[in-house]
Design a protein around this ligand. Structure first.
Ligand code: FAD
Length: 662
């Protein structure tokens, strides 16, 4: 049957990429259909129920700044929140939350069901409808054909998925879900270049069988923990962290601690004794696994000299006893899993609820995507999430949002509507981690599952978690992604930052009016001339609060003082305003230098390479370079410069050729 209604955007897959893609396209006004295997698994976390971490938290904040769902769903379901790297510089500080798996899924489903312009439909997609070189819809298992202008494919680990436990294996998309076999075959027919990757998950443990008295408690930040003698002590930071710019700690349902235990020599011996029945070491698994999230057998094999590894026991939710032992992802046979778990302190009597397993799946070479994530081969078909060779919910969500935006923009162009973004939005590497992610994938491709790190971003000083809204919310509003409530809150914050920054520049502190004791208390030492407050704030040991205490009546900003005792949102915003002002002052030298670097690089970064450029005519380039450029067809000179094997000298020669041929 041909479904009677047509859509602008069809999103296939309701995981982290698919849900953000569908929500983003619908927010932008595109008539959107989300087709997924099972409505009950929308927003399902396939592995551990945790969101964020270093680099990943940055992506979540960016998704949030563009009106996405992940951060708010985490605030609604989070049971432990921490700021990682809290003692380091602001560029590498990152939020990480443990979520209640069921509440997270419920929050995502509620957002999907209440999103105008979005329709949900439960059914496996077996085929894509293609006419000429354009996709025109998707066909489900039951033969229902849905027509659309664009399709965003976010099938995650499901394409030809194969699950391994020891030497046993069977077809599956993840434990308990079917694989997408027909769709995988269809994509192969369409000659989209693909490979195999693998990932894994640990056995889950019944918390009632864990002896927590043998483990180390790890409370969330800002939450009291139970010390050995029963007394309560404060967590690392005074405040409970919040993920969304529109969130508040009162949204968190309840806080729970995580726990720490360790592997030991016996654990390692047990693991080694299973190597001969490991699908990884016996060649049953062909796909490459994530280097930064390796299985425990991989760790023991690679780091043979280490006699212990830290294992976090993380609660899966408030209404379950299930615990996720983070650090022992494994596909070893079940008898080995049973022994290795019970060899650790506190887990001597542990009952495993679900065995660990590895999964192998198809992914598609992201170098065959345009910088908008539209496939080069088939117009209107976009790929996002794990299917592009990445790993992680956050990487998937960011890509989903991105592909959803670009599918919706393409629909606007096809409908002849004005489009300030030239048909696609492609953030720069200096603008967002999302820009780094998209550029890395489309330029370099992947050889192993790709995850985000702060070290991947050369301009990380300006790509911080704390300023993702300052970098992106205005753009999000222009594209139609940001609703009025978020826009109002953002505008208030932005205006407050600029007003307060100007005010600090206009207030001068004269050494004659400053006692030695006060100068030492607030500034660390006396001053020999007049300084304004903005200049003083640049000093490493001077804080905003300290400056305000110099002379209450004169220095305090009554508007901010009032907000700090106001409602939760006003308090969060005010803290964020002060944080912005402090960071901008303290790091202004470095940030200015980075801005200069960006400006210099921009000369060729965004220089478009003609689509019909015949690299064989650029005879000054070596044969290998010409071949590589012809094969990968970078869209800009900046992208060309990051291809492996392309030297700065080759870029200069290409630039000369472009100038001559203009
Ligand atoms: P998924 O979350 O996989 O969602 C895919 C969605 O598409 C599902 O809703 C599915 O039902 C639907 N779908 C698929 N095919 C079809 C079809 N033909 N028709 C209709 N619907 C379809 N990440 C980490 O960062 N660290 C880890 O340690 C880690 N371990 C993992 C272990 C396992 C066993 C698994 C399965 C995943 C693991 N991940 C891990 C990866 C993480 O789960 C993914 O990166 C993330 O979920 C990807 O999001 P996605 O939206 O791309 O795909």
């Amino acid at each position: 049957m041909l479904y009677p209604q047509e859509f602008d955007v069809i999103v296939v897959g309701g995981g982290h990429a698919g849900t953000e893609a569908a929500l983003a396209a619908a927010r932008m006004g595109a008539k959107t259909l989300l087709l997924s295997h099972n409505i009950e698994t929308l927003g399902q976390m396939s592995c551990n129920p945790s969101i964020g971490g270093i680099g990943k938290g940055h992506l979540v904040k960016e998704v949030d700044a563009l009106g996405g769902a992940m951060a708010l769903a985490t605030d609604e379901s989070g049971i432990q929140f921490r700021i990682l790297n809290s003692s380091k510089g602001p560029a590498v500080r990152a939020t990480r939350a443990q979520a209640d798996r069921i509440l997270y899924k419920a929050a995502i489903r509620r957002m999907l069901e209440n999103q105008p312009n979005l329709w949900l439909f439960q059914q496996a997609v077996d085929d894509l409808m293609v006419e000429g070189d354009r996709v025109v819809g998707a066909c489900t298992q039951a033969g229902i054909r849905f027509r659309s202008r664009t399709v965003v494919l976010t099938a995650g680990t499901f394409l030809d998925g194969k699950i391994h436990v020891g030497l046993n294996n069977y077809a599956g998309g993840r434990a308990g879900d079917p694989p997408a076999v027909s769709l995988s075959a269809r994509l192969k027919e369409l000659k989209l270049p693909q490979g195999r990757l693998k990932t894994g998950t640990p056995p889950r443990i019944d918390g009632r069988t864990i002896d927590f008295s043998q483990c180390i408690e790890q409370p969330g930040d800002g939450v009291a923990n139970q010390t050995e003698n029963g007394a309560r002590s404060a967590g690392v930071l005074g405040e409970v962290p919040v993920f969304s710019y529109m969130g508040g700690a009162s949204m968190h349902p309840q806080h729970m601690p995580c726990w720490i235990t360790h592997t030991n020599q016996r654990t390692h011996d047990i693991i080694r004794s299973g190597f001969d029945r490991s699908p990884m070491f016996t060649g049953k698994i062909e796909g490459v696994g994530p280097r930064y999230c390796p299985s425990v057998e991989d760790k023991i094999n690679r780091f043979a000299d280490k006699d212990s590894h830290q294992i976090f026991l993380e609660p899966e939710g408030l209404t379950t006893h299930e615990y996720y032992p983070n650090g022992i992802s494994t596909s070893l046979p079940f008898d080995i899993q049973y022994e290795l778990v019970r060899s650790m302190k506190g887990l001597e009597n542990a009952h495993i609820i679900r065995p660990g397993y590895a999964i192998e799946y198809d992914y598609f070479d992201p170098r065959e995507l345009k910088r908008s994530f539209e496939t080069r081969a088939i117009g209107g078909l976009f790929f996002a999430g794990q299917i592009n060779g990445t790993t992680g919910y956050e990487e998937a969500a960011a890509q989903g949002l991105f592909a959803g935006i670009n599918a919706a923009l393409q629909c606007r162009s096809l409908a002849g509507a004005a489009n300030d973004f030239g048909g696609a939005w492609t953030p720069g590497r200096d603008q967002a981690y999302l820009g780094v992610l998209v550029d890395d994938l489309t330029t370099k491709g992947v050889t192993e599952p790709y995850r985000m790190f702060t070290s991947r971003a050369e301009f990380r000083l300006q790509l911080r978690e704390d300023n993702a809204d300052m970098r992106l919310t205005e753009l999000g509003r222009e594209m139609g992604l940001v609703d009025d409530a978020r826009w109002d809150a953002f505008s208030r914050k932005r205006d407050a930052v600029s007003r307060e920054t100007e005010r600090l520049k206009s207030i001068w502190v004269n050494p004659r009016n400053l006692s030695v004791a006060e100068a030492e208390r607030v500034l660390g030492r006396a001053i020999d001339r007049e300084y304004n407050l903005a200049d003083l704030l640049r000093r490493p040991d001077v804080s905003y609060q300290g400056l305000m205490s110099l002379d209450d009546a004169k220095h305090q900003n009554q508007e901010l003082v009032d907000a700090l005792v106001g409602d939760e949102v006003s308090r969060e915003t005010t803290r964020a305003v002060i944080e912005q002002i402090e960071i901008a002052a303290k790091y202004s030298g470095y940030i200015d230098r980075q801005r200069d670097e960006v400006a210099r690089a921009a000369n060729y970064e965004n220089l478009q390479l003609p689509e019909d450029l015949d690299y064989n005519q650029v005879t000054a380039l070596s044969f290998e370079v010409r071949q590589r450029l012809s094969r990968q067809r970078p869209e800009t000179l900046g992208q060309a410069s990051r291809l492996s094997g392309i030297t700065p000298a080759a870029i200069s020669l290409l630039l000369i050729h472009l100038k001559r041929s203009r």
